[in-house]
Design a protein. Structure first.
Lengths: 629, 111
């Protein structure tokens, strides 16, 4: 107990309490936990009392705050002299920094957020792991700089302004995503995955330190021994996750989680770890119910299984209300509508002793082949390759053959090629026409009920003009893969997963987001990823052999789009009434309710289910913002 | 000896205390509790609500779930914290009311 608690006990019970550390560079104050002095009357220190505390170290002129885990301690210790076996990871990082400076990052393997005070150069240096599994946010307030892996902890500091980023919220309602460095708080920025930053007397500058496939450079494809190398890297990725403690696996009936379960079961037994729990949701909709496969996999692998009916996991008040409640108390507006059910599943795992949850997330991004490959194939006149891609997609997804023809030939093929070429030509010959086109496009894609306030609308338009219409030509396939690293959407997904785990005191890990595995998958050619003529060929054939009666050789991707629409359609009215509308978004000038309500009523009446996500996201942003205004 | 047992010893007889202080509580079987450092996270599996208890409230939770009655919890917290008893009682009452309202615990009434 701290002295403050003794004097003033607070019976605080509630959700969304600020947990997490904050590293502060600035003037020293009484009671701070100092990591390193930083010049006259300044220090790098830990403020706020949130748990869990990160590791800290101070070696020579270097002070380090380290939150996370290093995977290559033994290798580092061999290269760094004088590291005791019992040294903390913070000390290893301090010694690595003293030896290599900022160039230490390629030597580090792990999941981490790092803050270093470099006393020799008089600068602060921060880094986020290659795939960004550990978040890192920062806020500059006058001369002070605050850094944390927790948004809640940062904005809980009295000196950090909590003004919301109205433009980012409005962008989201237009289906646009803000720049990756922004957060939904105006004063707080994000350091993206695989990035490092320095704060010197000139200010903050950040840069990407890890790029698995730099554009414009020849790609070093891995073809001959791709399968063997994939098997090794995948095994290592699963093994790293299992090292975190007794595990549960979110087991659906899809190839991603099944492949992880198969490897985790084998790996755990080989290493004497407890056999992982299979944690499964049984969806009520036959279109997305995979119960027979889930049970079959757990049975064949000898995994104990918790099979929870989806309606139970969704909560007594229904999924929509559970999702709103979770969003209200989350660090950022909820992204994954299904998360309450998965939090429930994680808690069921916790009850069974699971401190680590493995998920199949990332399989679609990294094992699959983007349809934008069609554009590369057309530009290379490789029509045989285009036909093979169409056949593979037809056998792997439930989309109709004709829709796939349109998608391959136009949406993912001809259109990006022509658009890229047209934009490039207009940029050189008639930039004013290009600008006018861009403005028309932005006006068309901004709902009339978003940003009624002229100032916000102007800001929104300027942001959209900055962020759209950049010509992209060539290497469409690689660009799309890289978008999963540079785009806000997957970043938010990863951060939400991290926070969900932290709130329950668990680690939520996804082997398919392992940086070494991703680096390899970038370099495996699409035709090898699709080996056997179906998507996810690298694991499909192995799973088909492992579970011969479960049909993986011909399994198509299961999606819950229609089920999502049915939930929103059923629960919308009750949710809207309990919420009492969206007065906060209206007050912030983000929506015009008089135009929004009739639009939503029309969407529901005509069952335009493709726009239901937009409706859901509006009330989602409302509950999140309401809690913070 | 546990803290709650030590605190209970300070009370001459449980029957000397008001009936309300003899109330015991039972954790709702649908609640999963996880300790994180000094904090406790509670997840209600039927409502999906997550409650985070920090510092004193986490300590009070530990005492309640070890089977101590309300009076013993009061006595323990009073001995561990330098706090005005009236303020502590009011805050403990509020705390218990929230836990009951959120169906995290049920009053067991000493039975």
């Amino acid at each position: 107990m701290t002295v403050a608690d003794l004097a003033a006990p607070r019976m605080d019970v509630g959700a969304g309490a600020a947990t997490g550390w904050v590293a502060a560079l600035g003037a020293w104050r009484d009671g701070d936990s100092i990591v390193a002095p930083a010049g006259r009357n300044r220090s790098l220190r830990l403020v706020g009392g949130g748990a869990p505390r990160p590791a800290t170290a101070h070696v020579a002129t270097c002070g380090v705050v380290f939150d996370g885990v290093l995977h290559n301690r033994a290798e580092l210790d061999r290269r760094l002299e004088g590291v005791a076996p019992a040294a903390s990871d913070a000390e290893r990082v301090a010694r690595a920094y003293l030896r290599w400076g900022a160039d230490m990052l390629p030597h580090l393997r792990g999941l981490f957020a790092i803050v270093v005070w470099d006393g020799e150069r008089d600068q602060l240096f921060c880094a986020r792991d290659r795939m960004g599994i550990h978040p890192l946010y920062y806020a500059e307030v006058g001369e002070d700089l605050f850094v944390s892996s927790s948004l809640d902890a940062l904005v809980a500091l009295p000196s950090v302004p909590t003004t919301l980023n109205r433009a980012a919220l409005a962008d989201r309602l237009c289906g646009r995503w803000s720049a990756i460095g922004e957060t939904y708080y105006a004063a707080v920025n994000r350091l993206p995955s695989g990035h490092a930053m320095r704060r010197t007397s000139r200010g903050v500058e950040s840069y990407r330190y890890w790029d698995p496939a730099p554009l414009g450079q020849p790609m070093q494809w891995v073809r001959d021994d791709a399968v063997e190398r994939f098997d090794d890297a995948f095994d290592r990725a699963v093994s790293r996750c299992l090292d975190s403690g007794p595990a549960g696996i979110f087991l659906s009936g899809g190839l991603d989680s099944v492949s992880i379960a198969a490897l985790a079961a084998e790996n755990s037994r080989d290493r004497g770890y407890p056999v992982p729990w299979a944690l499964s949701l049984a969806f009520p909709d036959p279109e997305c119910n995979e119960e027979s496969v889930q049970r079959g996999v757990a049975h064949d692998l000898g995994l104990p299984q918790a099979m929870i009916p989806f309606d139970v996991a969704a909560g007594r008040d229904g999924l929509l209300m559970s999702a709103l409640e979770l969003s209200r108390t989350s660090a950022q507006p909820l992204l994954n509508f299904w998360l309450p059910a998965y939090m429930h599943l994680a808690a069921e795992g916790q009850r069974r002793g699971c401190t680590t949850i493995l998920t199949g997330s990332g399989g679609d991004e990294w094992l699959g082949v983007s349809s934008y490959l069609a554009a590369d194939l057309i530009s290379a006149f490789d029509f045989r390759g285009l036909y093979e891609l169409w056949r593979t997609q037809r056998k792997s997804y439930t989309t109709s053959s004709w829709s796939l023809v349109k998608d391959m030939a136009w949406y993912f093929g001809g259109k990006p090629l022509l658009t890229g070429a047209a934009v490039e030509m207009l940029r050189r010959t008639a930039p004013s026409v290009l600008d006018a086109n861009k403005r028309r496009f932005i006006a068309r894609t901004t709902p009339d009920w978003v940003a009624p306030e002229p100032e916000l609308r102007r800001e929104l338009n300027e942001r959209a003009e900055r962020n759209t219409g950049q010509p992209e030509f060539g290497q469409f396939y690689l660009r799309t893969m890289k978008r999963a690293l540079d785009h806000l959407l997957p970043t938010l997904e990863v951060e939400e997963t991290f926070d969900a785990g932290r709130r329950l005191g668990q680690r939520k890990l996804s082997p398919y987001w392992d940086a070494d595995l991703v680096e390899l998958l970038f370099r495996i050619p699409p035709d090898v990823l699709n080996r056997g003529g179906r998507s996810k060929g690298l694991v499909r054939q192995a799973m088909a052999r492992r579970f011969p009666h479960l049909g993986f050789e011909a399994q198509k991707k299961v999606v819950a789009v229609n089920y999502f629409a049915s939930v929103v359609h059923r629960e919308w009215q009750g949710g809207w009434e309990r919420l009492g509308g969206v007065p906060t978004l209206e007050r912030l000038g983000i929506v015009d309710v008089s135009k929004m309500e009739p639009t939503f009523r029309e969407l529901l009446a005509t069952q335009q289910s493709r726009k239901y996500f937009n409706m859901w996201d509006t009330i989602n942003l409302e509950v999140w913002a309401r809690e913070r205004c | 000896m546990t803290v709650s047992a030590a605190a209970a010893e300070n009370v001459t007889s449980p029957h000397d205390r008001p009936a309300a202080d003899r109330s015991r509580f039972r954790v709702n079987p649908n609640v999963v509790a996880q300790r994180m450092g000094g904090d406790v996270v509670l997840v209600h599996l039927r409502t999906n609500q997550i409650c985070e208890l920090s510092d004193t409230s986490a300590r009070a939770w530990d005492l309640l779930t070890s089977g101590a009655d309300k009076g013993s919890v009061m006595a323990s917290l009073e001995s561990e914290f330098d706090v005005d008893p009236a303020q502590l009682r009011a805050e403990l009452d509020d705390f218990l009311a929230v836990l009951i309202e959120r169906e995290l615990i049920d009053a067991n009434d000493g039975r």
